[in-house]
Design a protein around this ligand. Structure first.
Ligand code: ADP
Ligand code: MG
Length: 398
């Protein structure tokens, strides 16, 4: 996607979908231009039941279209054929602005008969099956790209998008002359790194622990997304749980008793890391958090659990920081610069709410890429707004 030639003079009403995070959302985005660019959004969250996430592709896309239908009714917009931007945050082979073949599901999704297919086609077919309303699907967008574009709308130095939420990923703007498989040397192009998949060829084995292997083995996509499984919100709590089990087995924790509770996958969500690691939290409160999870702990246990949480989240932040440092320094090198100033647009609850994650990530980038000055700005719903902005631009070019 070459977007450098485009200035944002687009306006109008757009529909956006955000699939691939904790929540599936349908949005209407109104873009107005003028003295102050303004973007207004209305959105509704819809649940995707587990049996649909992991059922057939047809069921999944029928459900998505059912949600769109409900949303259009709710907004009173059934009869307007709106342009739609589809934020689809899974690895795709994108061959056009509205064409993306799903490479593989990640993050808890596993619907059949989708991998290898163009998800825009799958959505169009589901809309046809329902035969109730029409939409003009203009663009398919990765959440990192939406996040970058949303921030770039306000800060032209923003040329990187980072997600630290359910998953972990980065995109950035690359010089065309460094992209071999696309003709032309002018301008820039957005590259979605899909860095969550880093390590699938065994090149991170020396830093993976047996806890990482345990988490990977128990996941829906063993062997895949190994970097993501060490760095993102969906997995950090599970890594902590694996370590706690091991420490308990060795008699170092919970009086050596492995309870059914501790054996329950998913009890330890990443939000508990944020709570436990909060600087203002007294040990007694850590104990009561553990108690609320059904884990009976002594004071020593609480200290150890806090230590474990800190180690897991610190490592995640450092790994993301190392990845980011590699990206910015490569951009600097490719542009033949001694010094690079660049802005990263960021989205994701792990980045936004964890008490230390963002600080450690930034410190790591500063340390590992000393020739780059990297600013981080929070994107306000890049997945929704970004999809609409890109749709606006794509429609304008079309
Ligand atoms: P997305 O799913 O689009 O990436 P989010 O950015 O909301 O959405 O990220 C959701 C992830 O954030 C979940 O995996 C969840 O475990 C994690 N999370 C939720 N609350 C917190 C918190 N307080 N601190 C750290 N991580 C959190
Ligand atoms: Mg998201």
């Amino acid at each position: 996607m070459s977007l450098s030639v485009v200035t944002f003079t687009e306006r109008g009403k757009y529909l956006a979908l955000d699939l691939g995070g904790t929540n599936f959302r349908v949005l209407v985005v109104k873009i107005r231009t003028g003295m102050r660019n303004s973007v207004r959004m209305y959105n509704k969250i819809y649940a995707i039941p587990l049996e649909i996430m992991q059922g057939t592709g047809e069921e999944l896309f029928d459900h998505i279209v059912q949600c769109i239908s409900d949303f259009l009714d709710y907004m009173g917009m059934k009869n307007t054929r709106l342009p739609l931007g589809f934020t689809f945050s899974f690895p795709c082979n994108q061959t056009g602005i509205d064409k993306g073949d799903l490479v593989s599901w990640t993050k808890g999704f596993k619907a059949t008969d989708c991998e290898g297919y163009d998800v825009v086609d799958l959505l169009r077919e589901a809309i046809k099956r329902r035969n109730e309303f029409d939409l003009d699907i203009v663009a398919i967008v990765n959440d990192t790209v939406g996040t970058m574009m949303t921030c770039a709308y306000e800060d032209p130095k923003c040329q990187i998008g980072l997600i630290a939420g359910t998953g972990s990923n980065v995109c950035y703007m690359e010089e065309m002359n460094n992209i071999e498989f696309v003709e032309g040397d002018e301008g820039q192009m957005c590259v979605n790194t899909e860095w969550g998949g880093f390590g699938e060829n065994d090149n991170t084995e020396d830093i993976r622990t047996r806890y990482d292997r345990e988490v990977d083995g128990g996941s829906l996509n063993p062997g895949k997304q190994r970097f993501e499984k060490m760095t993102s919100g969906m997995y950090l709590g599970e890594i902590v749980r694996q370590i706690l089990i091991d420490l308990t087995k060795r008699g170092l924790l919970f009086r050596g008793r492995i309870t059914e509770r501790l054996k329950t996958k998913g009890i330890f969500e990443t939000k508990f890391l944020s709570q436990i690691e909060s600087d203002r939290l007294a040990l007694l409160q850590v104990r009561s958090i553990l108690q609320s999870l059904g884990l009976d702990s002594t004071c020593d246990d609480s200290i150890i659990v806090k230590e474990v949480c800190g180690a897991v989240s610190r490592r995640a932040a450092q790994l993301c920081g190392a990845g980011m440092a590699a990206v910015v320094d490569k951009i600097r090198e490719n542009r033949g610069l001694d010094h690079l100033e660049i802005t990263v647009g960021v989205d994701g609850t792990l980045y936004k709410l964890h008490p230390h994650f963002s600080t450690i990530l930034k410190d790591t980038v500063r340390e590992l890429a000393p020739n780059c000055k990297v600013d981080f700005i929070l994107s306000e719903d890049g997945s929704g707004k970004g999809a609409a902005l890109i749709t606006a631009v794509a429609q304008f070019i079309k």
